[in-house]
Design a protein around this ligand. Sequence first.
Ligand SMILES: Cc1cc2nc3c(=O)[nH]c(=O)nc-3n(C[C@H](O)[C@H](O)[C@H](O)COP(=O)(O)OP(=O)(O)OC[C@H]3O[C@@H](n4cnc5c(N)ncnc54)[C@H](O)[C@@H]3O)c2cc1C
Length: 383
Amino acid sequence: MTEELPRLARPDSVEELSELVAAAHRDLRTIGVYGGGTALADHPPGKTPGLLLDMGGLNQVTEHSPGDLILVAGAGATVAELTRVAETGDQELLSDFPADRTDSGSTLGGAIATRAVGPRRIGRLPLREVVLGVTVVLADGTIAKAGGKVVKNVAGYDLAKLMTGSWGTLGIIASAAIRLYPKPQTQGFVEIPGAEAALSSIGSQVAPAAVEIDRSPGVAATTVVMVEGLPESVESRTRQIIDANPGAMPGVEPSWWARRAQAPVTIRASVSPALVPELVGQVARLEDAIGYPIQLRGSAMGVFDLGIGDLDSDPTIATRVVLEHLRSWGQKQLSATVLCAPASVWGEVDAWGEIPGFGLMTTIKDRFDPDGLLSPGRGIGGL
Ligand SMILES: Cc1cc2nc3c(=O)[nH]c(=O)nc-3n(C[C@H](O)[C@H](O)[C@H](O)COP(=O)(O)OP(=O)(O)OC[C@H]3O[C@@H](n4cnc5c(N)ncnc54)[C@H](O)[C@@H]3O)c2cc1C
């Protein structure tokens, strides 16, 4: 293994994965990870890896226990396949995954590494609570296991939580055990003009599963509330939402549901739910002022992706203007970071702003990957 370490490898077992990582560690080669490849344009590109691991060989579902609401699978298993398996037990993956990315082959490992999230974040546990256990190959090739049914742990760390959102910078996820959820019988959608109803909808007694806002360039925003459950309950709650909101209409799942704004540059803006209507207003004013179309899409919980389009000129300038404008408007109450941008933009703008807990993140990175070999530059803050 040491002499002929390839540039690209597709391990079929955790042992093979471990040997490859150990060999790369001995050679001080950097390692990149390829799941479904749907998030490779997100975050900075990082350094070109000396070894690229294609996780597609680790795609087996090793356990599905509908009675225990648990599914265990290799990190390379696609979310689409896991959804299909869960459906055989009338269940679904508890976390909500982006619909279009699921169709394009995003994997369990990629979803965990990037902390994927979809519209139903209001009524659902966050992904880090859904991952019950993981098997991880650490930077030196050691196989570490954490959670539920496994034996070995990395002292002092909750490995499953640590891997969620780690972007391949702390270890390679080989497999994971995730919690399932009974599949709701029906869903109902209500469209409400504007963004003002978003906050009251989140807290209302109808207990929505999702409240999403979409605003296309030059067009007024729309709020869509989704409820799910038994048919009679969905029908009565849908009626309650319509009665409580002037202009509200029953709808179907919009074409943009669970699909992020697509544009050359995407900025993620987070505010408290109370500030959502103001943020939506700010984006409309900003679009008028700078002349770049901005697609806003996200959750009334306050997390939005802003797709900035038509960047014939310089994407760096547009990115900088939008970031600076949002930060000066929102001050400490808003976080604005670049999620996706051409490679040239990352080093030219303050892509991350102030990152809460960055010192701790750096300490953990040094502990897990002291040689800086795992996906260098791909993590939060360019870790
Ligand atoms: C148009 C568009 C829309 C999107 N919409 C959404 C959305 O609505 N919500 C959302 O959350 N995301 C969204 N994404 C991002 C992306 O689709 C998700 O994050 C997806 O779950 C990534 O899975 P993947 O298998 O394709 O990961 P990949 O693209 O293969 O990998 C992404 C990164 O994760 C790491 N990684 C992958 N596998 C492993 C592993 N086994 N162990 C350790 N690290 C690993 C690597 O560092 C890699 O660089 C969108 C992306 C695009 C382009």
